[in-house]
Write a protein that binds this ligand. Structure first.
Ligand SMILES: *Cc1c(COP(=O)(O)O)cnc(C)c1O
Ligand code: SF4
Length: 326
């Protein structure tokens, strides 16, 4: 087994911006750890899953995940400018995995038009910011034309990994009358918020985009209170409201990134005690089986002999990791 075997299984890409951020003299560099393939990815634990959050169980048409009545995910692309080694959709993303064909995108938009209860559309992927501004503008306009979609939220890592792609034209393609634009920026370490990244973020803000963050809690990257505190403060300084801190999903070959729930709870308690309320993310777990995200707070978490029981938003309790992984 060699590192080529890892690359055959899971897509690898590192952007020039990320390459420049890697400290080659540090064997434990937290940027390298997120993007450079590792032999540990070939180790699959019994509890790990191909589709850890069961997207596929809630897909009424290709490209749409409709789990909560008022909002849908729209997955227009399956490629990214970088491939995070801990990615929860790592089995579905990569070059050549394709995105939606024009006719499939039209069907997905027709589904949204036909469901007037959909208030928010969340563009995810892959990374939707790899689309051309012209295609992004078409999606924004089509969603604005529905009349019932009020919020268009884009989840992207591009502002930190390929900031030059966030041009004024791209930023303005997110804006249309009748809808409010939000971008959730994925970053996991304070060094990712480089000067160029902050300039890209400022271009989004200037165009009228509202900004939140999402971070994955990752062993060896950000699982200490100093790193998390400086990341959350860096978001707030850049005008980004910290939104989610994700407990890492049970994606295959990612056990070397996994932090225990106890450690995650201790870290979020320490953040509470030490930094501004504005800088507090919500620590969440996306339950396997499609039961949705749960805030990891003591009333939703009970320790068991082999793991935890976790309460979902509908009040149901689930073993975590699941007793019978699929
Ligand atoms: C995460 C997710 C959302 C968005 O959840 P919020 O809590 O509103 O950010 C919506 N639909 C699905 C299927 C999701 O996984
Ligand atoms: S940017 Fe998101 S979808 Fe793409 S590899 Fe990273 S975690 Fe996965």
């Amino acid at each position: 087994m060699t590192i080529q075997d890892v690359a055959k299984k899971y897509a690898v890409a590192v952007s020039p911006t990320i390459r420049a951020l890697i400290d080659a003299n540090d064997p434990a560099d937290p940027i390298a750890r997120q993007f450079l393939p590792d032999m540990a990815e070939l180790t699959v634990m019994p509890e790990e899953l191909r589709d850890p959050i069961a997207d596929e169980a809630h897909a009424p048409v290709k490209g749409i995940v409709h789990r909560h009545a008022d909002r849908v995910l729209l997955k227009a692309v399956n490629a990214c400018p970088v491939y995070c080694r801990f990615c929860f959709r790592r089995e579905m993303v990569g070059p050549g995995k394709g995105g939606l064909a024009a006719s499939e995108l039209a069907e997905a938009l027709a589904y949204i038009r036909g469901h007037t209860e959909i208030w928010e559309v969340i563009l995810t992927g892959g990374d939707p910011f790899i689309l051309s501004p012209r295609r992004m503008r078409q999606i924004t306009d089509a969603l604005a034309e529905t009349g019932h979609v009020k919020i268009v939220r884009w989840h992207s890592r591009v502002p930190v990994v390929e900031p030059e792609r966030v041009t004024e034209e791209l930023a303005s393609s997110l804006i249309a009358p009748g809808v409010t634009a939000w971008v959730a920026i994925h970053a996991n370490h304070p060094r990712e918020l480089s000067g160029n990244a902050r300039a890209a973020i400022a271009r989004l803000a200037k165009a009228g985009v509202n900004l939140v963050s999402q971070t994955v809690l990752l062993k060896g990257v950000n699982d200490d209170v100093e790193t998390l505190a400086s990341l959350m403060r860096a978001f707030v300084e850049a005008g980004i409201k910290p939104y989610y801190l994700h407990h890492p999903d049970l994606a295959r070959g990612t056990s070397h990134f996994r932090v225990s729930i106890e450690d995650g709870l201790a870290l979020t308690r320490a953040l509470r005690a030490n930094i501004s309320g504005l800088a507090q993310p919500l620590y969440v777990l996306d339950l396997p089986g499609g039961f949705g995200k749960v805030p990891l707070e003591s009333q939703n978490v009970v320790k068991t002999e082999r793991g935890h029981r976790i309460r979902d938003f509908a009040g149901g309790w689930h073993d975590y990791p699941p007793l019978h992984p699929v």
